[in-house]
Design a protein around this ligand. Structure first.
Ligand code: ATP
Length: 270
């Protein structure tokens, strides 16, 4: 399999990114791209650095006592690295944090308002779009967010992020802990959000789902990109199938020839 990088152009570009928590390195020289209009997935085991990557992009690392140690992040040519979180949102890049964090004591309506940028006509239009995407949020508008089901809270967390009308959405494990039907519903929503023109960088434990939603995927291993490629190729290849999808023939282990230099199967062996 030959890993072909996504075409250059507008979109998100992460190059040579290094992140440390104090003296502990969490990302080392990570480079990836999300072409405008696409869905790209980041896979990897617990602790591989997936959330750290999203935090570095969204400007929220400092809340976790992390810092960028090198490299850069840019969105459509504008440098994001070094900006505070609100400035990143203002440039069109919004993160839905892991754990479907909502303001539990606030109503659904208040949660949505908290995601809007400055109110006004723009927020009213965003609110209409969010409620069209998630009609259940309109039904529950005056309920406290803490009383919603897990799936509804995830919808609210995504809806709140959409209130800023982002060009790019960063999603951290949106289906984690959800029942299969609800997870499928969230996946459909991600497709719809993308179809409306928003680029998506998706971290997802459900690898089968991630591969079906994204056109290209990167696999992080201990803070580095260990493998990347078009999802159709990754899904058909032995490595991702065996390591993440639980299928495949162990005897089929062999190097991924021509995989852009940095990826050989040797990297996969513990
Ligand atoms: P998970 O799927 O478990 O969330 P992940 O791939 O998102 O894992 P990260 O949470 O980004 O991985 O963690 C990457 C590395 O950085 C891990 O070694 C983790 O222990 C470390 N780490 C993450 N957050 C902090 C923090 N606030 N302080 C110190 N180390 C951290």
């Amino acid at each position: 399999m030959v890993a072909t990088a996504p075409p250059a152009g507008t979109g998100l570009a992460v190059s040579g990114l290094a992140v440390n928590y104090g003296a502990v390195p969490a990302l080392r020289g990570v480079s990836l791209r999300v072409p405008a209009g696409s869905v790209v997935a980041v896979l990897g085991a617990n602790g591989a650095g997936k959330s750290t990557l999203l935090r570095a992009i969204s400007g929220t690392l400092r809340f976790h006592r992390g810092a960028i140690g090198g490299g850069k992040v840019s969105w459509s040519g504008t440098r994001l690295s070094g900006l505070a979180a609100p400035a990143v949102v203002a440039r069109g890049v919004t993160q839905v944090p892991e754990g479907r964090r909502v303001f539990a004591r606030m109503t659904v309506e208040e949660n949505l308002r908290a995601g809007g940028l400055g109110g006004g006509r723009r927020s009213a239009a965003a609110r209409e779009e969010v409620l069209a995407l998630f009609p259940v949020l309109a039904e529950r508008a005056h309920q406290r967010a803490g009383l919603l089901s897990g799936g509804e809270q995830q919808m609210l967390a995504i809806g709140r992020a959409l209130m800023a009308r982002p060009s790019m959405l960063l999603l951290d494990e949106p289906t984690l802990g959800l029942a299969p039907l609800m997870a499928a519903r969230i996946a459909e929503t991600v497709k719809e959000i993308n179809a409306r023109g928003t680029s998506v960088l998706l971290i997802e434990q459900n690898v089968a789902m991630a591969l079906s939603l994204a056109s290209y995927a990167y696999v992080l291993e201990v803070g580095e990109v260990a493998l990347e490629g078009p999802t159709a190729e990754l899904a058909a290849g032995d490595e991702v199938r065996r390591r993440y999808l639980g299928v495949g023939d162990p005897a089929a282990e062999r190097p991924l020839d021509g995989s852009a230099g940095r990826r050989t199967l040797g990297r996969w062996r513990a």
